[in-house]
Design a protein around this ligand. Structure first.
Ligand code: OOG
Ligand code: MG
Length: 262
C-alpha cells in the first residue's frame, strides 16, 4: 500500500488526539487493511514530530513485545519500538491519574542509560554492554488507544506502542555488577504478588532488546545517541490497574519502584 503524506498526517493526528484526550478509537487497519509496516512507523514518527513542534521533549525510547509473556498476551510475535515523551515520566512513588488514561496496565521492565552512541545494523549485546552507563529499574504504564486494548501489530506501531507513562526509581547499577539474565522481578498489586519473572524473559537478555532497537532504527537511518534512556520491554504479562490500586515492583539487586493510581 502507499499512503500519501496527508493520510499519514491525518492518522497521526487521529491517534495522537485519542492519546491526549484519553478516548479510544478503532484499529487503523480496519480502514487501511493493506497499510505497510513502514507506513505505520511513519505515523509514529509523525506523532513524535507533532509533539516536538509543540515543545515536548523526547526523553527516551522503548521496546515492546520483547517477552513471550507479552507476545502471548497480545497475540503477536514481533518486537516493536516507540518513543517516550517528557510528560510520560513519573517519579518513584508518584500518584498517576487514571482520568488522563483509557485503560492502563503496568509492566515490569529493566531500562538502560547509554554513554556512547549505538548504531546498527549488526549491533549486538557486546556493543550494548560496552555502551551502557548504568541499568535502572522501571515500570511502564501502557495504555493502548484501541478499543478494549485489542490491536494488531501494525496498528500498535502507529499508536506509539501504547506508550503513556513510566516510572523509574530503585537504584542504578553498572552492568558488570549484575547478572541481567537471572535478575528476578516480583510485581505486587495492592500487596499481593501478581506477576514474577527474570531478565532472560526479554529476548534472552535485556541488552539484546537495546541491540534490536539500534538495528531497527538503522532501517530509518537513525541511531541511539549517547545518554539515551531505553526501556527494554515487559518481563511479565501486563497487569490492569484502576483508581485506588497501588503497585510495587521489587527487583533483585536494583531495589523497588512503586506508584499509586488515583
Ligand atoms: C504494546 C506495548 C508493549 C512491552 O513492554 O511489551 C510493551 C502493548 O502491549 O500494548 O510496552
Ligand atoms: Mg513496555
Amino acid at each position: 500500500m502507499s499512503l500519501d503524506k496527508a493520510t499519514i498526517e491525518k492518522l497521526a493526528e487521529h491517534l495522537e488526539n485519542a492519546e491526549l484526550n484519553a478516548h479510544d478509537v478503532l484499529k487503523i487497519t480496519d480502514d487501511y487493511p493493506d497499510i505497510s509496516w513502514e507506513e505505520c512507523y511513519d505515523i509514529q514518527w509523525e506523532i513524535r514530530r507533532r509533539k516536538i513542534a509543540r515543545g515536548t521533549k523526547i526523553c527516551g525510547m522503548k521496546m515492546g513485545l520483547t517477552s513471550m509473556a507479552k507476545m502471548r498476551q497480545m497475540g503477536v510475535e514481533t518486537p516493536i519500538y516507540g518513543f517516550l515523551a517528557d510528560y510520560f515520566s513519573c517519579s518513584d512513588g508518584a500518584e498517576i491519574k487514571v482520568s488522563e488514561l483509557i485503560h492502563p496496565k503496568v509492566e515490569a521492565e529493566v531500562s538502560f542509560v547509554t554513554k556512547a552512541e549505538l548504531s546498527g545494523p549488526g549491533c549486538h549485546i557486546g556493543n550494548v554492554l560496552a555502551a551502557t552507563d548504568f541499568v535502572v529499574p522501571s515500570v511502564e504504564v501502557i495504555d493502548s488507544r484501541y478499543r478494549d486494548f485489542k490491536f494488531d501489530l501494525k496498528s500498535v506501531v502507529a499508536d506509539n506502542a501504547s506508550s503513556s507513562r513510566f516510572v523509574t526509581g530503585g537504584r542504578m547499577r553498572s552492568v558488570d555488577e549484575l547478572d541481567l539474565k537471572t535478575l528476578g522481578v516480583v510485581m505486587e498489586k495492592n500487596g499481593e504478588v501478581v506477576e514474577m519473572g527474570a531478565g532472560a524473559a526479554v529476548l534472552g537478555h535485556p541488552a539484546a532488546s537495546v541491540a534490536m532497537l539500534a538495528n531497527m532504527l538503522a532501517e530509518r537511518g537513525e541511531v541511539i545517541p549517547a545518554g539515551s534512556f531505553i526501556m527494554t520491554g515487559g518481563i511479565t504479562a501486563a497487569v490492569s490497574v484502576e483508581a485506588g490500586d497501588s503497585v510495587c515492583v521489587r527487583y533483585q539487586d536494583l531495589g523497588s519502584v512503586s506508584m499509586r493510581f488515583v
